[in-house]
Design a protein around this ligand. Structure first.
Ligand SMILES: Nc1ncnc2c1ncn2[C@@H]1O[C@H](COP(=O)(O)OP(=O)(O)O)[C@@H](O)[C@H]1O
Ligand SMILES: [Mg+2]
Length: 228
């Protein structure tokens, strides 16, 4: 699925250059779960942006199903992203003026899905995250955990190959964190997704089948054969 070779990412700001990634080599197979952990500023979100075709590396290649994302035009990256990749963020990133159903529908607009079909698929996705009774609620009328469930439904409604989650439980209380992680792991197993999760939760990191530790832009992978 993914093959990263010698990936570096430099951010230039005025006269300063930040080396956010420094030579990352990483292979992620179809259907794998990879947990990414490391201190703030280590490069976790930058790595996720490379995997999610949100940005290109400064050097190196990011192969996704045999295509080097580093060489694609902006328009092609947008297409890869819209069709294949679901994102979840710490801050949910829902549109405040849209209902839960409308928020989920937005993921299907770039693919040209007709309105009635969009509504049907969005309602089905919300049902699969336990929110069948909340379709017409605005984000402000939902709890944090429910808002994250809407974001999960939005990420999955287009049936992506890859689910990328950047500290998805960072804004939630402990009980809700466990609910959301349980939901995500269930969806990963059911749907044969490739699931890449950035988290600070050391409990999750400990039982991860595959853990990528990232520190100062460098990645070390640990496999846990016993956890499989
Ligand atoms: N858009 C940007 N412009 C400049 N520097 C950035 C940008 N994004 C991230 N950085 C810097 O790159 C480094 C890695 O950041 P990030 O990938 O967000 O780390 P993490 O997610 O592990 O906290 C940090 O030093 C951060 O300040
Ligand atoms: Mg981050």
């Amino acid at each position: 699925m993914y093959k990263l070779t010698g990936v570096t990412k430099h951010y230039r700001r005025a006269k300063d250059t930040v080396e956010a990634l420094r030579g990352v080599d990483l292979v992620i197979e179809d259907g794998d779960q990879l947990v990414i952990q490391g201190p703030t500023g280590g490069g976790k979100s930058t790595l996720l942006q490379m995997l999610g075709a949100l940005d290109r590396p400064t050097e190196g290649s990011v192969e996704f199903d045999g295509v080097d994302l580093a060489r694609l035009s902006e328009a092609k990256l947008t297409k890869v992203r819209a069709e294949n990749i679901g994102f979840i963020f710490q801050s949910f990133n829902l549109i405040p003026t849209l209902t839960a159903l409308e928020n989920v529908e937005t993921a299907l607009v770039p693919m040209g899905v007709k309105a009635a079909e969009r509504r049907r698929l969005a309602a089905e996705a919300l049902d699969s995250v336990g929110l069948a009774e909340r379709l017409s609620h605005l984000p402000s009328e939902l709890s944090g955990g429910q808002q994250q469930r809407v974001a999960i439904a939005r990420a999955l409604v287009k049936k992506p190959k890859v689910l990328l989650a950047d500290e998805p439980t960072g804004n939630l209380d402990e009980a809700t964190r466990a609910d959301i992680i349980g939901l995500l792991e269930g969806l990963w197993k059911e749907r044969g997704l490739t699931f890449i999760l950035v988290t600070h939760d050391s409990g999750i990191a400990k039982r991860a089948p595959r853990l990528a530790s990232i520190r100062k832009g460098r990645v070390t992978v640990t496999e846990r054969i016993s956890a499989v």
